[in-house]
Design a protein around this ligand. Sequence first.
Ligand code: SAH
Length: 399
Amino acid sequence: MKRNLLDLDARALTDFFNEIGEKSFRSGQVLRWIHQSGTTDFEQMTDLSHALRSKLAQCAVVDSPQCVSASEASDGTRKWLLSVGKDNAIETVFMPEVNRGTLCVSSQVGCALECAFCATGRQGFNRNLTTAEIIGQLWWATRKLSREPEWARLERDDADRPGRDNADRPISNVVMMGMGEPLTNFDNVVRAMQIMLDDHAYGLSRRKVTLSTAGIVPAIDRLREECPVALAISLHAPNDRLRDELVPINRKYSLRQLLAACQRYVDPLLGDDIPGVKWERKGAPRDFVTFEYIMLDGVNDGVQHARELVALTRDVPGKFNLIPFNSFAESGFQRSPDSRVRAFRDVLIAAGLVATVRRTRGDDIDGACGQLAGRVRDRRNRRTDRKPGIGRSLAEGRA
Ligand code: SAH
């Protein structure tokens, strides 16, 4: 079996070169060819010797997921369906903005968490993505966009424009907010993020890579130790009773445990106190956590919920991102009316918190938050109490 070099971060690539009797510095060279030049053909890696090039052709490949379909929304959002074999496919979404371009990356084929309001959870779960399949989404999208005239032009025009870093790249930010729960695929996700941060590859700063989680508490601590990037928490409810229903992983890790982990994450000093933890010199990537809160009409969007939320998160430096619910077939939930979203936001702001309403992107191509379904061969026994009507009964209970 040939080794897929997209699976390897700098450390693993160095090990690989040592294994085949080559010097460690080859790792940086080859990372640049693969990730910065988008090269898959070892023959084109002209600063490697002929002997090494043919050795690599014998024992290695650069193999990314293949695009099977593409769509573009009226707001410019692009969605790609990438095949990962055996009739499974995942989705990757690109959101261009004036000063940045964000890629939303998937971490699993489907998702096992069954959050009540999420289309991915409804699809079931097949497997974790490999490192190559995760970084392959960024690799593929970067290559695809840089070959389009619109983005090639942007590269030129933007070269001197202040305020745009990574000016030579259409993708300036990555969010691990696609299909799946990234922290239940920890090793592969971290290895892929190391490649995103690596100056020989994408060179993104820790602030420009965001990982979103439903709240796998022990993995949040591990992330802080191994690869601290910007952290977003899918909070969605201000108390355990409601969160147990909306985000079932809450039955395992309660809000109290989750918020304590958030506090540890943004407080690097605390990390020094934990024996055996080597806190990164670079410190925390951001000094706050982003709390994502989906607005479900009549379920979690009342001003009393907002007040509860203020009290709940009092001790954690956080910013709130209110997400209008994006509907999908038989979700059973409704999007909160704008007036309710504003009233909710105003309670947070009056309490001195930062709260913004997320602009919905790409919903006309089912590319918005919670709408990614891909193609998932479900391999799991579903929980029996997860009925499509749960949203309706929650809303009625609170009406
Ligand atoms: N499993 C991770 C990564 C997914 S991120 C997590 O839960 O954070 C996707 C974000 O979109 C999460 O905040 C998720 O809760 C939210 N989301 C899910 N379904 C949604 C929907 N139908 N409408 C709007 N946001 C949704």
